[in-house]
Design a protein around this ligand. Structure first.
Ligand code: AMP
Length: 190
């Protein structure tokens, strides 16, 4: 049995932070599309140059580029038995593409962890993260608003997509609390 999981939720819900302990619990590598895009930007690759302004403005990278990046990563041997995807899918077409990709490998998703955090808390966290990590997309209030709006308009419908499909268990976890409290809730859920 392979273990392909998603950690899903709005920007600053704690996906990256929680992914670090969840990947240990599941014994699978953590793959974050946001981290991969940022590494490309830092490395000055062609992809990095192409996506830099999109990340800075809080706009989604086109599916064609994103899906190719994910496909390349998921073809690597370390994720053959499973993966914890963070930041992907970000819209229903990506979710449908992922289903097809996994089906092509003879597998499917085992579970989706959905972190829930109220908007006001997200905005406060994004501001705090901007001060700590100097991420370009966390600093500007207009960009923060756009990322939260993009989540609601494009990403959140993935939850209804999976619910409608009825194939993969969804684990809704309250994302408010200390890192350890939330980690414990996630471990108890999956
Ligand atoms: P994250 O670190 O997951 O918050 O992602 C940071 C930024 O990377 C997003 O605001 C998008 O610009 C881009 N990005 C990350 N994942 C995706 C995705 N699955 N589809 C499109 N754009 C993405």
């Amino acid at each position: 049995m392979t273990r392909h999981f998603l950690i899903f939720g709005p920007p600053a819900a704690g996906k990256g932070t929680q992914a670090h302990s969840l990947k240990e619990h599941l014994s699978v590598p953590h793959v974050s599309t946001g981290d991969m895009f940022r590494a490309n930007i830092q490395g000055g690759t062609d992809l990095g140059k192409e996506v830099q302004s999109l990340l800075a403005s809080g706009t989604l990278v086109p599916d064609s580029l994103t899906n190719r990046l994910v496909a390349d990563r998921l073809h690597q041997t370390d994720v053959a038995e499973g993966v914890l995807l963070d930041g992907f899918p970000r819209n229903v077409p990506q979710a449908a593409w992922l289903d097809g990709f996994l089906a092509g490998k003879g597998t499917k998703l085992s579970g989706v962890v959905v972190l829930t955090v109220p908007d006001e808390e997200l905005k406060a966290r994004l501001k705090g993260r901007a001060e700590k990590e100097s991420r370009a997309d966390d600093a500007d209030p207009a960009v923060i608003e756009r990322r939260i709006a993009t989540y609601k308009e494009q990403s959140e419908p993935c939850i209804a997509y999976y619910e409608g499909q009825g194939e993969v268990p969804l684990y809704f976890v309250d994302g408010v609390g200390s890192i350890e409290e939330v980690a414990e809730r996630i471990r108890a859920a999956v």
